[in-house]
Ligand binder design. Structure first.
Ligand code: F6P
Length: 363
């Protein structure tokens, strides 16, 4: 059978285990030898006990766990040629020519570069007598398939990334809890949520929790935002509301690109409205805890589709990323999605927010 390896890279997210489990089980079902690569790309570079064969039973009882049981890391060694030579040798020694990478756009770009370098890297290993001609002939092509594991939902091409739904559950649970204490004391709370440069968690969290105001990077407010915010808060109080909830994405800025932080918002609310105000930074709570049903099933479906894509890959087929489109797990060209994701970041850096929102599309 074919050799397949699965790794998780970059920040962890809920549902990665479901995806890993699906890769292992569908791979074994189809007669493949499936390997875990532990600790992300670092494990691929280091080899040894970081690359172990998976069994059907080895992925039992992980679907409900948060994080990634095979570990994840941000790896510098893989960015160097010697690091990738070592990684390639470790794969070839085990007959692995198919790779499933679960991570963000950086991790998927790394996998694509590795794939492009592959034949040349094997030639170098033969010259260095680290692998044999026979091994080289057997492992002529490296097929890769990506899945996006991230709570941020910041990847172009997929409606949802693995982990986003669970993070939203954490956020609305936190807001609901805050609301009860805010109500008692007639307070205003500012909640900072994650998402890096993406406002998806903040926006959807705000809609689902009936927040009064939200700040997101994709729609920076005009410089006069404090007055607008205060009007809205006052209006809600006058309508009989005993509390206010404001959600701010960690990447939020104003039109000048100056960060809008929870502290800055608090200053405005206290100075202008004299409201009793508190800040809660949700932090890594959003990335922890058990995955939602949605993320478990999303991981299962994407993992299964990734293995199918690898089984059907031919030497000249392009690498795919498995995405959710509508309610379908589909394969999209990996690098086109990565390029689009990078174009969003560029548009935002250049303050072309309309372009960024357009490019990001449904996700
Ligand atoms: O990309 C996921 C994410 O949780 C972001 O929302 C956040 O900005 C970042 O990772 C935090 O990274 P770290 O876990 O390295 O502190």
């Amino acid at each position: 059978g074919k050799g397949i390896a699965v790794l998780t890279s970059g920040g962890d997210s809920q549902g990665m285990n479901a995806a890993t489990r699906a890769v292992v089980r569908v791979g074994i079902y189809l007669g493949c030898k499936v390997y875990f690569i532990k600790e992300g790309y670092q494990g691929m570079v280091d080899g040894s006990t970081n690359i172990v064969e998976a069994s059907w039973g080895s992925v039992s009882g992980i679907i409900h766990k948060g994080g990634t049981v095979i570990g994840s890391a941000r790896c510098k060694d893989f960015m160097t040629r010697p690091g990738r030579l070592s990684a390639a040798k470790n794969l070839v020694d085990r007959g692995i020519t198919n790779l499933v990478v679960i991570g963000g756009d950086g991790s998927l770009t790394g996998a694509n570069l590795f794939r492009q370098e592959w034949p040349g890297i094997l030639d170098e290993l033969v010259t260095q007598k680290k692998i044999t001609e026979e091994q080289r002939a057997k492992c002529g092509h490296l097929n890769i398939c990506g899945m996006v594991g991230s709570i941020d939902n910041d990847f172009c091409g997929t409606d949802m990334t693995i982990g986003t739904d669970s993070a939203l559950h954490r956020i609305i649970d936190a807001v609901d809890a805050i609301v009860s204490t805010a109500y008692s004391h007639q307070r205003t709370f500012i909640l900072e949520v994650m998402g890096r440069h993406c406002g998806y968690l903040a926006l959807v969290g705000a809609l689902a929790s009936e927040a009064d105001y939200v700040f997101i990077p994709e729609w920076p407010p005009e410089i006069g935002w404090p007055a607008k915010l205060c009007n809205k808060l006052t209006q809600e109080r006058e309508a009989g509301q005993r509390l206010n909830i404001i959600i701010v994405a960690e990447g939020a800025t104003d039109r000048n690109g100056d960060p809008i932080t929870a502290e800055k918002i608090k200053q405005v609310v206290v100075e202008k409205l004299n409201q009793d105000t508190r800040i809660t930074v949700l932090g890594h709570v959003q990335r922890g805890g058990s995955p939602s049903a949605f993320d478990r099933v999303l991981g299962c479906r994407m993992g299964a589709e990734a293995v199918m894509a690898l089984m059907e890959a031919s030497p000249d087929s392009q690498p795919y990323v498995v995405s959710l489109d509508g309610n379908q797990a589909v394969r999209l060209p990996l690098m086109a999605c990565v390029e689009k994701t990078k174009a969003v970041a560029k548009a935002m850096a250049e303050k072309e927010w309309d372009v960024a929102v357009q490019l990001r599309g449904r996700s």
